[in-house]
Design a binder for this molecule. Structure first.
Ligand code: C5P
Length: 276
């Protein structure tokens, strides 16, 4: 049996540089990952099965097109794996929320199947599976801080952010990634920084924030609430939203902010964690 944490992804910066003829957008992004995420358990079995538990299971139930089963089927086609697998997904991250839940689940499935079959994590066919499953899946396969270019799949790992306290907050509204990208205004606001990732994050921006805020005005309230907290050095939306995050100087202030926000907004999802 293999257990994999499908860590939540944050885009500490996300610069949209242009529209591409293939319908995707050219990006420059600083990916980071947090300690917590969904939990995936895979065991060899007579027959394939897939079940979802956890606080966000209901939002995915009955969806035959889950990224986990797509990842399993792609892995099988690429590596000729003929065994069955029992897969359990404990869904702890909100769905369609800009923190890569589905992409992280797909990547965790690939990592688990690769471990069971003795396939190396940098096998080119495994990377091709990740790439075919979605733009964020290669970054989630790596699950470490990296600069992403292209659709997000051209990755350069970077060091220097581990242990930073982070608070993730989602107002409980799902946002379609495709809808947010399609509302981007087409203005190239310039490249991401180079060098120290703290500076790249600090001097960066998320170009999807304005279109996401149009679609989900609740994001304004989340950003304002995070800005009000003591000890934050960066507040931003992740991916195409609606999850926003704050990075803190120290853990005590992160804990205090989490408890303030939880009591003021009991309906919001709030995760106190740290970057890995
Ligand atoms: O790659 P993925 O399937 O996760 O992307 C979902 C949608 O997000 C795409 O269909 C596209 O509309 C949009 N997208 C984009 N440019 C990217 C990544 C995603 O336009 N670089």
């Amino acid at each position: 049996m293999i257990q994999e944490v499908a860590r939540a992804k944050l885009n500490l910066a996300l610069h949209v540089r242009g529209r591409r003829p293939d319908g995707y957008h050219e990006l420059e992004t600083l990916f980071a990952f947090v300690r917590d995420g969904d939990l995936l358990t895979v065991s060899p079995a007579e027959q394939d099965s897939f079940a979802i538990t956890g606080p966000f299971a209901a939002t995915l139930q009955g969806d035959g097109d889950n990224l986990v089963t797509r990842a399993r089927d792609r892995f099988r086609a690429a590596f000729g794996d003929r065994r069955g697998h029992q897969i359990l997904l404990d869904k702890r991250l909100p769905v369609a929320s800009g923190i890569g839940g589905g992409s992280a689940d797909a990547a965790a499935t690939l990592r688990a199947l690769a471990a069971l079959d003795g396939v190396s994590l940098n096998h080119p066919d495994l990377l091709a599976c990740a790439d075919a499953l979605g733009s964020d899946v290669p970054a989630c396969l790596l699950s470490r801080t990296a600069i992403g270019r292209g659709r997000g799949e051209e990755l350069t790992p970077v060091d220097g952010l581990a242990g930073i306290p982070a608070l993730l907050v989602n107002p409980g509204v799902g946002v379609s990634t495709a809808a947010v990208f399609s509302r981007w205004d087409g203005v190239d606001r310039g490249p991401i920084g180079i060098g120290n990732p703290l500076e790249v994050a600090r001097t960066g921006r998320n170009d999807l924030e304005p279109p996401a805020r149009e679609l989900a005005p609740e994001i304004d309230a989340v950003l304002a609430e995070l800005e009000r907290q003591d000890g934050t050095w960066m507040v931003r939306m992740s991916g195409s939203g609606a999850t926003c995050f704050a990075l803190f100087d120290d853990r005590a202030r992160c804990t205090a902010a989490a408890s303030t926000i939880r009591s003021a907004h009991p309906g919001w999802w709030c995760l106190e964690t740290e970057l890995v």
